[in-house]
Design a protein around this ligand. Structure first.
Ligand SMILES: [Zn+2]
Length: 295
């Protein structure tokens, strides 16, 4: 019996074939990304590219479902964990790994080659780069985020946002802090200058915040279910799904997107949107990017 028999009973042979023909680019092979990678492999996606420039660390081991207790630390790139896991689930899946930052020529080349982008990121700078890329080149892009905040009352959960081809993006939907994104994207020299003037912003102090396996799992499962619906054509993906674990609720935001520079000007602009300016060929030129002038 076909290993996908139980899938086929849901979305048909044609749907399974569309998954087999699909190429996902997963940006971020961490706590969220590993759930997505595992589920995409089980679902029967034919080609998976994983972009990540980090190695496994001790504090990842509470939630990295594809890591093993004896993976060397340091010395285990997250992309290698992804590659091993996919091969162990289904060796017929084509796997590509990019062990580099999203702001590299290699990563941009992988984005261009992929069919659907899935962002599993924990910083708004990288999220902004990917959002602009997806809009400029009209690539379907699922943007995932999970969050646990303790201050000001316990609130935890996450969200899945679908953009690139549909109205609305993470910026007009209020899901990217542009000020934070600008700080994430600045080079070391300007960061030092700014911190000397204004101090270290709270956002940066929070980098090692709480993160728990089950919350990442819910967010990733919501996203992969939308992804399967999209690729197999069962239905259009929801634009914005909000998971509130503290309320045990999953909600859908269908409000009309407000007017947005990124949706209206960057979208469909292709190379003239200039997203490639984010590639770090020469670190000193990166701060030529001025987000504040973009309205
Ligand atoms: Zn927008």
């Amino acid at each position: 019996m076909d290993r996908f028999d139980r899938n086929i009973r849901f979305f048909g042979k044609d749907g399974q074939e569309m998954l087999r023909q699909s190429h996902l680019v997963i940006i971020g092979g961490g706590g969220l990304g590993q759930h997505v990678i595992q589920q995409a492999a089980f679902a029967g996606v034919g080609e998976i590219t994983v972009i990540d420039d980090e190695e496994l660390s001790r504090s990842n081991l509470n939630r990295y479902i594809l890591a093993r207790h004896d993976d060397p630390i340091p010395g285990t790139p997250k992309v290698e964990i992804a590659k091993r896991a996919i091969a162990s689930i289904d060796p017929s899946i084509k796997v590509n790994t990019v062990y580099a930052s999203i702001r590299s020529a290699e990563a941009f080349s992988a984005l261009r080659d992929g069919g659907v982008l899935v962002g599993c990121l924990d910083n708004d700078g990288a999220r902004l780069v990917l959002t602009e890329y997806a809009l400029a080149y009209r690539k379907p892009y699922f943007d995932l985020a999970s969050d646990i905040s303790i201050e000001g009352g316990l609130c935890y959960g996450g969200r899945v946002l679908f953009t690139g081809t549909e109205p609305g993006c993470p910026i007009c939907l209020g899901e990217i802090d542009l000020e934070q994104a600008r700080r994430d994207l600045e080079n070391d020299a300007s960061r030092k200058d700014r911190e000397a003037l204004y101090g270290v912003p709270k956002g940066l102090l929070d980098e090692g915040g709480p993160s728990v396996v089950s919350i990442n799992g819910v967010v990733a499962s919501l996203a992969v279910t939308e992804l399967i619906a999209y690729i197999t054509g069962i239905r259009n993906p929801q634009r914005f799904i909000n998971y509130r674990g503290d309320l045990a609720r999953v909600m859908c935001n269908k409000d009309a997107a407000p007017p947005c520079y990124f949706c209206e000007t960057v979208k469909g602009a292709g190379a003239s949107a200039g997203v490639e300016r984010y590639i770090q060929h020469d670190v000193a030129t990166i701060n030529a990017v001025s987000l504040s002038s973009r309205g």
